[in-house]
Design a protein around this ligand. Structure first.
Ligand code: ADP
Ligand code: 5GP
Length: 237
């Protein structure tokens, strides 16, 4: 009897406000057999978020019990530092089991700490880092989302400055400037990895998909990332 295929695990990370959720929602709408891992978090819901849809919102004690019960494939304290407690975020193991049973792939929207843990624990996981075109644009998007107070926005901009320094630990980089183009490229990355693993000969259209994805490979896009990093490094603290 043939073994079920292991799911491809896609990791997507980005500084908050880069447009990752927008891109992920579009990806899930358009690509079949791709499940989204709904993370657990101790942060309160934002705006129109619903429990069980964007996140499972749980009290800190419940999250800590889940850690003790080894229910997480990875977890991290995000936006915490010496002065601020931060919030827990975690990926439950059961999403990977369910994807495997259903013959689906799995998408994780997690931070750089979680991405590093998954890369170690899940062989062959594909990682994608979404960047804003520059710091000013990120600030604009954070403000116009109108879901955070000023202190939170400043904390997220500070976190972004640190997070983007990790861009070179990812397989693919997506600079989210024009939404439609970014969305098309993200789909191409996901589909091209499926095509690669299928081992089948590619049609001309499939080859175009792989070519589009390859343009976003770290080695091929590094030069476009450097000015973005500079816009964060030179900004006032
Ligand atoms: P994240 O999930 O990375 O925190 P969101 O998806 O919530 O970010 O996007 C932040 C804001 O930026 C939202 O108001 C969204 O509509 C907007 N946005 C996302 N992508 C683009 C884009 N390419 N161009 C302009 N605005 C965008
Ligand atoms: P937000 O509060 O804006 O939804 O997310 C904040 C950060 O937490 C984002 O970088 C997001 O990717 C990350 N995040 C969401 N879920 C998880 C998770 O399960 N694990 C980890 N490590 N990070 C997560």
């Amino acid at each position: 009897m043939s073994q079920p295929c292991k799911p491809i695990v896609y990791i997507i990370s980005a500084p908050s406000g880069s447009g990752k959720s927008t891109l992920v929602n579009e990806l899930l709408r358009l690509v079949p057999r791709l499940d989204f891992s709904i993370s657990y978090t101790t942060r309160p819901p934002r705006g129109s978020e619903q429990n069980g849809k964007q996140y499972h919102f749980v009290p800190r004690e419940e999250f800590e019990q889940m850690i003790r019960d080894d229910e997480f494939l990875e977890h991290a304290n995000v936006f915490g530092d010496a002065n601020v407690l931060g919030d827990y975020y975690g990926t439950a193991r059961r999403f990977l089991r369910e994807a495997e049973i259903n013959g689906h792939d799995l998408l994780l929207d997690i931070d750089v700490q979680g991405a590093a843990q998954i890369k170690q624990r899940v062989p062959g996981a594909i990682s994608i880092f979404v960047l804003p075109p520059d710091r000013k644009t990120l600030e604009w998007r954070l403000r116009h989302r109108s879901e955070n107070d000023e202190e939170t926005i400043q904390r997220r901009l500070d976190a972004a400055r640190r997070e983007i320094e990790n861009y070179d630990k990812y397989d693919y980089i997506l600079i989210n400037d024009k939404l439609e183009e970014s969305s098309e490229s993200l789909q191409a990355i996901v589909l091209s990895e499926r095509l690669r693993r299928s081992g089948r000969a590619l049609s001309p259209e499939q080859k175009r998909t792989v070519d589009l994805a390859d343009r976003h490979r770290l080695a091929n896009i590094r030069d476009r990332v450097l000015p973005i990093l500079a816009s964060f490094r030179t900004a006032p603290p």
